[in-house]
Design a protein. Structure first.
Length: 146
């Protein structure tokens, strides 16, 4: 399903992302918001690397998770929020490059559970450095909307 239940989904996603402090800490930007698809960009920074100089797996997982979560949110009705309940990530190659993009896409959107895929690539178009499969849960009426 790629039909949004909220005609104002893009504003909701962008407003929610703007409140997410961890993405700001990573220097991530919300680059593309479509119904069922979100792109988050981020740059290689020394303080985000592991001991070999590659971006830390936790950075890749965090940004891919957010891209999947916001892709899921884009298809939810007004007032609903989203929480990750499970994900699996495969690191496919060392994360080298100056800038990266994480793309989250909805595979199946249900009323409660949404399944997404995520992919992280260097912005220069090289092969993916990470792939994610994620399960998101809709949250309603618990003060967790957006």
């Amino acid at each position: 399903m790629t039909t949004p239940r909220d005609p104002d989904f893009e504003r909701r996603v962008r407003d929610s992302f703007a409140r997410q402090r961890f993405m700001a800490t990573l220097g991530a930007t919300l680059d593309v918001v479509r119904a069922g698809e979100v792109h988050i960009g981020f740059s290689h920074r020394e303080e985000l690397t592991q001991q070999h100089g590659y971006l830390h797996a936790g950075v890749l997982a965090s940004v891919a998770d957010s891209a999947c979560g916001y892709a899921a949110l884009s298809l939810m009705e007004p007032g609903a929020g989203v929480l990750s309940v499970e994900f699996k990530i495969n690191m496919l190659a060392p994360a080298t490059g100056a800038r990266f993009v994480a793309v989250g896409r909805v595979v199946r959107a249900g009323r409660t559970i949404t399944v997404c895929t995520g992919e992280v690539r260097a912005e220069d178009g090289t092969s993916p450095v990470a792939m994610m499969q994620a399960t998101m849960m809709a949250v309603r009426g618990k003060g967790l909307s957006d």
